[in-house]
Design a protein around this ligand. Structure first.
Ligand SMILES: NC(=O)C1=CN([C@@H]2O[C@H](COP(=O)(O)OP(=O)(O)OC[C@H]3O[C@@H](n4cnc5c(N)ncnc54)[C@H](OP(=O)(O)O)[C@@H]3O)[C@@H](O)[C@H]2O)C=CC1
Ligand SMILES: O=C(O)[C@@H]1CCC=N1
Length: 268
């Protein structure tokens, strides 16, 4: 039996994101075995990253760490397949939204340490935000292992598991909200007569610059917004219109919906 450091089960968007991050951080392709339901997807990753691809059962045999990155709805079937094969001492890391460590622990042996992670897609450019929580049988060493692994993809924060549904709604889904804002602003620029490429460049750089300003100065967003808002000026007119359309309330309601959906996924 081959001794492998890491088995990555489910190589879609997040699976590939993690894989690429690990390789950027110096992991060797020979340390990772990947699986996916579609053989052509496996072939793609073998060619792109020089990893090995196998079936799920073969992948977990001898792995020190097993990472599951399938949709929450596919996790039951996957755990039924690999659960009996997981040896005591294995670290099982789940990136699945909404699925609690207790629910995973009920389907694997007590010697398996489970850590729950909520990553996000900016991990593709090493700017990810991942929150991690230990299950009942995972200790500080397990958290450190997961933290070290994920450091390849950006920032990592350890949080009590009770926060994970809110984390999922904020940073897990968050990139989609910000891309939605970007899309809306680009369309608005086009509506005002700007060529699409110019509108896109203006919006993307404004997003990047604003995020960098927030992060580098540590300034409060309200203070940074007030710096832009001249009395009687253009920004004040725009913000008043956003308030009139209930955009702040819409964000709160949207993020509550995401949190509620995350709670429901544990039972799906
Ligand atoms: N995308 C994101 O931004 C984020 C995703 N997540 C979580 O990551 C997980 C994966 O999401 P994402 O990467 O977007 O989803 P994808 O659908 O892109 O990837 C999941 C992959 O797993 C494969 N798969 C399904 N069942 C099995 C199985 N039994 N054995 C092996 N492979 C299997 C799927 O194959 P097939 O295509 O045939 O279904 C697919 O290629 C989810 O649980 C999600 O909640 C967390 C944070 C952010
Ligand atoms: O939409 C989802 O369910 C996943 C989890 C967080 C981001 N994408």
């Amino acid at each position: 039996m081959t001794q492998r450091r890491l088995a990555l089960l489910g190589a879609g968007v997040m699976g590939e994101t993690l894989l690429a991050g690990l390789l950027r951080a110096g992991w060797s392709g020979s340390d990772v075995v990947v699986t996916d339901r579609r053989p052509e997807r496996c072939d793609e990753l073998v060619e792109r990253y020089g990893v090995t691809a196998t079936g799920n059962v073969e992948a977990v045999q001898g792995a020190e760490t097993v990472v599951v990155v399938v949709k929450p709805q596919d996790l039951d079937e996957l755990l039924a397949e690999i659960g009996p094969e997981l040896a005591d001492g294995v670290l099982l890391v789940s990136l699945c939204a909404g699925v609690t460590t207790a629910s995973i622990e009920s389907r694997v042996g007590p010697g398996v340490a489970v850590v729950r992670v909520m990553p996000n897609t900016p991990a593709q450019v090493s700017q990810g935000m991942a929150a991690i929580s230990a299950g009942a049988h995972a200790g500080p060493d397990d958290l450190v292992r997961v933290e070290t692994m994920l450091a390849a993809t950006g920032r990592v924060l350890s949080v009590p598991e009770k926060y994970q549904d809110a984390v999922t709604a904020i940073s897990g889904s968050g990139p989609a909200y910000l891309f939605y804002v970007v899309e809306s602003m680009i369309e608005a620029g086009v509506q005002l007569g700007l060529p699409r490429d110019i509108s896109t460049e203006l919006v993307v750089q404004t997003m990047l610059g604003s995020a960098t300003l927030l992060s580098q100065t540590g300034g409060h967003p309200t203070e940074l917004r007030e710096m832009v808002t001249s009395p009687g000026g253009t920004t004040a007119a725009a913000v008043r219109t956003l308030e009139q359309h209930g955009v702040r309330a819409a964000f709160m309601a949207a993020i509550e919906s995401a949190r509620d959906r995350s709670r429901l996924l544990s039972g799906s």
